[in-house]
Design a protein around this ligand. Structure first.
Ligand SMILES: *Cc1c(COP(=O)(O)O)cnc(C)c1O
Length: 362
């Protein structure tokens, strides 16, 4: 039976990318060696890193003066690397979920980290707008897509933030919506994310940093935690995550060949509309996120109060129909369908049919 992969992360990748990765594990570019056993310094691997960085720049239209680097440690390491490198005394954070809160916690270890607003009291079901950004902060940090709660900063909410910034650089965790829509990179001082949601298997983190953001803090920054080290080393200061970078490059090629982020944005819109429409017209399901802040990547929904006892039964029904990973995060409950770039409309239609068929029999 065909499986439909709605996992939140690590998550779905394009089938052809998985096949090409498997081929490289057996024989890397006809060299008679596996990608698992070649030196990262080998002549064949440097072009992979270079192409991956160049494709990130091309697809996201990254302006001059920015560097793209690939690191280990996950997005979670960035929670401390960002303040370590960018925060002298003060920073500001928008608290829109567990990941945002974890980022804020790390910044508190380096000085005054201000939480400008939070939707914690409403279990992060919306994106707050009523706040100002302190003009003496070294940066303002946002999480553009809140993977667990299914909320996302829409283009209009992002525009509102850009207008509020003043002189303060913007830093964003884009782990779960990178490359899902066009983004104006020139508005950002730094963008980072774990690649395992929309780009690659777990193990590699991307960082897009404006070069003039660096070199302004007075503390000693350990060599491995200093962004400049990795810019100077072309992501090869130490052994990089070779295989995940290779897969990332293949995913970027796939995205480019299909029409880039504009193409994937329209596909993502169509997928999200199809699924939210089914939820909004459902007798038994209801969405959890405020409509204007709904994520196009992670769609969260629960059973209406009078149908609560069907939780396990629906999970069983969905699993029998090949739906994988539809269980909600434990802090929200219910269900979450992650419909990242690699998920096609047909997959979302299969989930919608499954929900409707289940509804009909109850
Ligand atoms: C998954 C996720 C993280 C954590 O990423 P790791 O690579 O596991 O550290 C951080 N932020 C967001 C928005 C995420 O979705």
């Amino acid at each position: 039976m065909k499986k439909y992969n709605f996992n939140a992360g690590p998550s779905i990748l394009p089938q052809e990318v998985i096949k090409q990765t498997a081929e490289a594990v057996i024989d890397f570019q006809g060299e008679g060696l596996s990608i698992l056993e070649i030196s990262h310094r080998a002549k064949y691997f440097q072009p992979v890193v270079d192409e991956a960085a160049a494709l990130m720049k091309e697809l996201l239209e990254v302006p001059e003066g920015y560097s793209v680097i690939f690191l280990g440690g996950g997005a979670s390491l960035q929670f401390c690397m960002v303040p370590f490198n960018l925060m002298e005394k003060k920073s500001a954070y928008l608290n829109t979920g567990v990941w945002a809160k974890k980022a804020l916690k790390e910044a508190k270890g380096f000085g005054e980290a201000v939480e400008v607003a939070s939707s914690a009291d409403a279990n992060f079901t919306f994106i707050p707008t009523d706040y100002e950004i302190p003009q003496d902060a070294d940066y303002f940090h946002i999480t553009t897509n809140n993977t667990i709660y299914g909320t996302e900063l829409s283009d209009s909410k992002l525009a509102d933030i850009y207008s509020k910034l003043g002189r303060v650089p913007l830093v964003a965790d884009m782990s779960s919506d990178i490359l899902s829509r066009p983004i104006d990179v020139s508005k950002y001082g730094l963008i980072y994310g774990g690649a395992q949601k929309n780009l690659a298997p777990a193990g590699v983190t991307f960082v897009i940093v404006k070069n003039d953001m660096l070199g302004h803090v007075s503390r000693y920054i350990p060599t491995m935690l200093n962004y400049q080290t990795h810019i100077d080393g072309g992501s090869m200061f130490n052994t990089p995550p070779v295989l995940p970078i290779y897969t990332a490059m293949l995913t970027l090629r796939w995205l480019k060949a299909n029409g880039g982020v504009k193409w994937v944005e329209s596909r993502n819109k169509a997928k999200a509309e199809l699924l939210y429409d089914a939820i909004d017209h459902s007798k038994i399901f209801v969405g959890t996120a405020r409509a204007e802040d709904r994520s196009r990547m992670n769609v969260c929904f629960v059973l209406k109060p009078e149908y609560q006892d069907l939780q396990d039964d629906f999970m069983k029904f969905a699993t029998e129909r090949g739906m994988v990973g539809v269980k909600g995060h434990r802090s929200v409950g219910g269900f979450r369908a992650s419909i990242y770039n690699a998920m096609d409309l047909e997959g979302v239609q299969a989930l919608v049919d499954c929900m409707k068929d289940y509804e009909r029999k109850n």
